[in-house]
Design a binder for this molecule. Structure first.
Ligand code: GLY
Length: 395
């Protein structure tokens, strides 16, 4: 087994400082998000924001993208924070379209079923004990299991097995989709979902994380022999660079598997992955879209910052008080959230229906570059919720 190196945190002086991020500051930032949600509520009751904005405005789509649930998840967070039934009502209307999507297999050939159903059906079940939503969540977990290949021990990211471009491709992002499987084992008592999720996270640890603790975006396995093949990027700068959002998915994803498995090695790994990310942040703590860039004119990806902030807060929870990183990660998350709140929101762009500006969806494909993206908005909201309350995860 390869040894993954730990760079440690290089700029300890910066992260020893706790930013003056008061509860009032976070509540004000949340109030702005709620204001945006209120403005969008009618448009996005039966439709969903597209993954990325166009000229800072999200087009309205049917429930067909991998990202619909980030909007539904924002509604559940809004309901949790305010108790206002109007958010719950819309999130419950949307349950119908998630049920239809899974029943009729509408764009379900993706590992993103985890994002889609954790933030919609599982959240509905956890917050309101909605039994129909629970059944829908289990059906989604069953569909996700169809993408699990025993021999390779992985969940395939996209497409069918016969797809020459995607057969045997696993993806770092999928670490965020495993909680749907762990949850399905908890509610059904059937260990098969948990076993598949655990196998996938161990393969991600082994093949997607490189020796220097950076990550490949995707990695191909031979699903018939189980042999590893090679790493490849789709959204990063190059196959050997480190796509910022992929690294952020890892910072958050490995601790989530720890939450369900208790395997502390995943926390040790997550610290190395987090340190690599933190060490490549520019002064304002918001990563460039690929960590190969640490200064200059390339675009930032505010969404990777928001995901990393949530991941750092989750990771920090599992570290003992004696681990110095515990406080450094909390502080790093606060630096990120403060920077997002002060310099990256659409506060001065009233024409925008997004929350966070300056995100990048897929620069190599010139898609959603320097736009809002809906998962960035969701994770920014989640990070703020985490900072004002002891939050029970949907994940
Ligand atoms: N999971 C796809 C992305 O992060 O763009």
């Amino acid at each position: 087994m390869k040894e993954v190196r730990d760079e440690g945190i290089q700029n300890v002086t910066k992260y020893e400082q706790r930013p003056p991020l008061t509860k009032e500051f976070c509540e004000e930032a949340i109030a702005f998000i709620l204001h945006k949600i209120d403005q969008n509520l009618e448009t996005f009751t039966y439709k969903y924001p597209a993954p990325a904005s166009e000229s800072l405005v999200y087009p309205a789509l049917d429930n067909v993208e991998w990202t619909s649930s980030f909007w539904t998840g924002m509604l559940w967070l809004a309901y949790e924070m305010t108790g206002d039934e109007k958010y719950r009502k819309v999130a419950e209307i949307q349950q119908e379209s998630y049920k239809k999507r899974v029943d009729e297999r509408i764009h379900t050939g993706t590992h993103d079923l985890g994002f889609l159903y954790t933030l919609s059906s599982v959240a509905a079940f956890k917050l309101t004990k909605n039994e129909a939503a629970k059944e829908t969540g289990i059906k989604a977990a069953d569909l996700l299991m169809e993408r699990y290949f025993e021999k390779a021990g992985i969940i395939q990211a996209w497409g069918g097995t016969d797809d020459p471009e995607n057969g045997g491709r696993m993806i770092i992002d999928c670490c965020m989709n495993l909680p749907l499987l762990y949850w399905a084992s908890e509610v059904t008592g059937d260990p098969k979902y948990h076993q598949a999720a655990y196998s996938h996270v161990k393969q991600a640890e082994k093949y997607i994380i490189r020796e220097d603790a950076s990550s490949y975006h995707t990695f191909f396995m031979d699903i018939y022999t189980g042999k590893p093949k090679f790493g490849q990027t789709v959204q990063g700068y190059s196959d050997n660079s480190c796509w910022a959002r992929g690294q952020a998915w890892g910072i958050y994803g490995f601790p989530l598997s720890y939450k369900y498995t208790g395997e502390y090695g995943l926390i040790e790994l997550a610290q190395k992955v987090a340190n690599y990310f933190i060490n490549r942040l520019p002064d304002d703590s918001i990563a460039y879209w690929d960590l190969i860039f640490t200064s200059g004119e390339e675009e930032r990806d505010s969404s990777s910052a928001a995901i990393a902030a949530c991941g750092l807060l989750e990771l920090s929870k599992y570290l003992p008080l004696t681990n110095n990183n515990k406080r450094l990660y909390e502080n790093a998350a606060m630096h990120i959230v403060q920077s997002l709140a002060q310099h990256y929101t659409s506060m001065n762009n009233p024409e925008s229906n997004g929350v966070l500006l300056h995100a990048v969806y897929a620069k190599p494909h010139n898609k959603g570059v320097d736009e809002c993206n809906i998962w960035g908005d969701y994770y920014y909201f989640e990070a703020l919720v985490r900072l004002v309350k002891d939050w029970d995860l949907f994940w």
